[in-house]
Design a protein around this ligand. Structure first.
Ligand code: ATP
Ligand code: MG
Length: 718
């Protein structure tokens, strides 16, 4: 017990021992929320004697859940199963594995990522003899995403056996989407949206399933709660109903997924959803120097829609935050790399350095400099390890052995070449459709058919059949090795001579072995495959002494001693879209993103940008966020003409002014207004299309849309 509370301040300790009821912790970045959450989990297990199988701990990314598992294991000992320290999606997979058969899907359903979806669509386009490019692909996927915004389609498709059509899909798109859904069902594939939706339908249709989980999960806790969407919020709300123990931590200032449906109101209004909520505030920052903290605080204060928090730190003073301005991107990158080398000369390690950026493409010029300086680096969340062709191929072999699904089949049947090209595939698909069989079954059935006889199909079948027999006797890692040899895939890659691909395959094997060591020998092939499909990035590179490159979104919740935020340019951050929308809301989300970036730094922080032109030909200016804090907060390095600064400020002022004048013909966002019935409130937003203000009245729980033509709305001066 001592051990669990050691190294925590009073408020954190209170959070740890508050195990019963509805509790929220609201606190700024680096205040020890995640640390408190981790210790609380251990407290429940060690001090309350609750089995980890009865505690759900939701984290935001796989990386975060790995990290939390690692820390928890240190506190509670390595033996216990910590499978319920997971993401929302990871949890849904657990639920579905137990009960998805009620929706007529097998336990071994497949999880589809964007790449898989693309393959399915490509086949449909081929069969319909249509052309497809990235744009059509995106359009169709958007429409599918929209259709999956609620659960009706699951009810319709699974329970009533009908095919839903999206409302606004034109005829052809509608047909494509129908075919897509059919195919998806045939391979028993679920995409990320489906995972949550299927769980909802399961819970609605089968009360006993919901009750089982409500019974089981005595304690539920959620990290980064400010980024939960309505569905995710509904999920934990439902699950916690029986025992009434829900603990959430978050920082509304770090909401950066509004564009994907996150809504900080579940955090901010938590007490209105759950009566008797206890709220704990943490106000001491343990992560950063006073310089970094005060700069971050000063920036986020520019947001209008927020609750002010006063963060303090007792950390020793450090150096000023640096703003570097370069004459070109190359100069910017060169300066950064040089500074990194200096840091290392003075005792830092490359692994302590992180480079953060708003969008993936910005990593390129830094990468070039790192390469020429011979500095090792790792990119997180960019081109993902599990997205690489050879990794997907290898996993498809495993999936083929486990599920014999059409997707894996199509992926590997002709790699290495077995003379099964487009024509023969179309033949197979036609026969499969006609006989109601999977592609693999069809191949076996027609193996002596004229069109297939002289192909390499038979040896493929032999390999797969043998592997299927070996499946239960071998560990997953062993099975993979067998598969790579028997199917000839490894030999094929060797002949190909691409060493990097071979290295990646070895690395995959290595990661499976590691997985087996942490999970124990009980790891089922199917379960492994499902978990691996959820990976967005992973922590396999953490051991390397390499500089880390990642987007700000990926850096959420993490911390590094030395942080470089690059490309701090108007139009990049805040990004063009936010500026173009001219919505205060969008701009504020950008500012929160900047705040998340700044608060990742522990010791030294560098904000960099450079002159030049952007893609669209627009001149580059330093981001407005740099001007929003006091001059003295920065140490300025790099020559910057006063005229450029003036020009930038003028540009920002103009765009701001324009945004205000475009937004409204009457009142502005942020104005206080009074209404004859609802009383006084604040204008949160303006809906141009519907010509309404969104007004949050002080005494109401949710905002109201009020017509801009409504005469009785009056401005109040306070
Ligand atoms: P974020 O909002 O960025 O997710 P957080 O509130 O979750 O931040 P943590 O990551 O839990 O913050 O903690 C930040 C750092 O401070 C970590 O290195 C953590 O180990 C350390 N820390 C937390 N609490 C204490 C404490 N009471 N004493 C000393 N160090 C602490
Ligand atoms: Mg955290």
């Amino acid at each position: 017990m001592e051990e669990l509370l050691e190294g925590l301040n009073e408020a954190q300790q209170q959070a740890v021992v508050s195990t019963e009821g509805y509790i929220r912790v609201i606190a700024g970045a680096g205040s020890g929320k995640t640390r408190a959450l981790t210790h609380r989990y251990a407290f429940i297990v060690n001090e309350l004697g609750i089995d980890p199988g009865n505690v759900l701990s939701v984290t935001f990314t796989n990386k975060a859940s790995h990290e939390m598992r690692r820390r928890v294991k240190k506190l509670i000992g390595g033996e216990q199963d910590t499978g319920f320290i997971t993401t929302y999606h990871g949890f849904c997979v657990r639920v579905l594995r137990e009960d998805i058969h009620r929706l007529f899907y097998p336990k071994n359903f497949i999880i589809l990522d964007v790449e898989d979806q693309k393959i399915l669509l490509r086949e449909i386009f081929e069969d319909m003899e249509l052309k497809m490019n990235d744009k059509t692909f995106k359009r169709i996927l958007d429409k599918i995403g929209k259709l999956k915004g609620n659960t009706h389609y699951v009810q319709q498709m699974i329970l009533r056996g009908e095919m839903p059509i999206p409302d606004d899909a034109g005829d052809l798109d509608g047909q494509i989407i129908q075919r897509y859904l059919k195919k998806q069902k045939r391979v028993y594939g679920l995409d990320f949206d489906d995972l949550l939706n299927f769980v909802f339908v399961l819970f609605e249709q089968y009360k006993e399933v919901l009750e089982k989980w409500q019974d089981r999960l005595f304690y539920i806790q959620v990290d980064e709660f400010q980024d939960s969407s309505l569905k995710q919020f509904e999920l934990v709300k439902k699950l916690s109903r029986k025992h009434g123990n829900l603990f959430v931590v978050g920082d509304p200032d770090q909401t950066i997924y509004e564009w994907r449906g996150a809504d900080p109101k579940y955090m901010v209004d938590f007490d209105q959803f759950f009566e008797g909520t206890e709220t704990i505030f943490l106000n001491q920052n343990y992560r950063s120097t006073p310089q970094i903290l005060s700069l971050s605080n000063a920036l986020i204060k520019n947001n209008y829609f927020r609750v002010d928090k006063d963060m303090v730190t007792e950390n020793p003073g450090g150096v000023k935050v640096v703003h570097y301005h370069g004459k070109s991107e190359i100069e910017e990158a060169q300066w950064i790399v040089k500074r990194m080398q200096q840091l290392v000369e003075n005792g830092a390690e490359y692994r302590d350095i992180a480079v953060l950026y708003r969008a993936n493409y910005l990593s390129r010029f830094i990468e070039q400099e790192l390469i020429s300086a011979n500095i090792e680096y790792t990119i997180f969340g960019g081109f993902k390890f599990f997205d690489r062709m050879e990794i997907k191929d290898a996993l498809a072999h495993l999936r083929m052995i486990a599920m014999e699904d059409d997707l894996s089949f199509s992926r590997i049947i002709n790699v290495p070449r077995r003379q099964i090209g487009k024509k023969r595939m179309q033949f197979l698909r036609k026969m499969a459709e006609q006989d109601g069989l999977s592609l693999y079954e069809t191949l076996k059935k027609y193996i002596d058919h004229d069109r297939l006889r002289r192909t390499g199909a038979r040896s493929f079948i032999n390999a797969i059949e043998t592997l299927k027999e070996q499946k239960d006797a071998l560990m997953v890692s062993e099975l993979l090795q067998e598969a790579m040899q028997r199917t000839g895939y490894e030999a094929y890659r060797r002949e190909d001579g691409d060493q990097e691909r071979l290295d990646n395959l070895t690395e995959l094997l290595h990661s499976i072995v590691q997985y087996e060591q942490t999970l124990g020998e009980e790891m089922e092939l199917e379960e492994y495959l499902q978990m691996i499909s959820l990976y967005t990035d992973d922590d396999r590179d953490d051991q390397l002494n390499a500089v880390k490159l990642m987007t700000i979104h990926t850096a959420k919740g993490l911390e590094y001693p030395y942080v470089f935020i690059v490309g701090m340019t108007e139009g990049v951050m805040p990004n063009v879209r936010a500026l173009r929308e001219r919505k205060e809301r969008a701009l504020e989300e950008e500012r929160r993103l900047a705040y998340v970036a700044l608060t990742r730094a522990e010791k030294e922080l560098y904000v960099t940008e450079s002159e030049g032109f952007q893609n669209g030909g627009q001149r580059k200016y330093p981001s407005r966020f740099i001007f929003e804090v006091e001059e003295e907060s920065f140490e300025r390095i790099g020559e910057i003409d006063q005229s450029l600064i003036e020009e930038a400020k003028e540009y920002i002022r103009a765009s701001h002014h324009q945004s205000k004048s475009l937004q409204t013909s009457g009142y502005n966002i942020g104005d206080r207004v009074s209404h004859p019935v609802f009383g006084v409130g604040t204008i949160e937003d303006i809906d141009e299309k519907k010509n309404t203000y969104r007004v949050f009245f002080d005494k109401m729980k949710t905002p109201r849309p009020i017509s801009r033509n409504f005469k009785k709305l009056e401005k109040v001066e306070e």
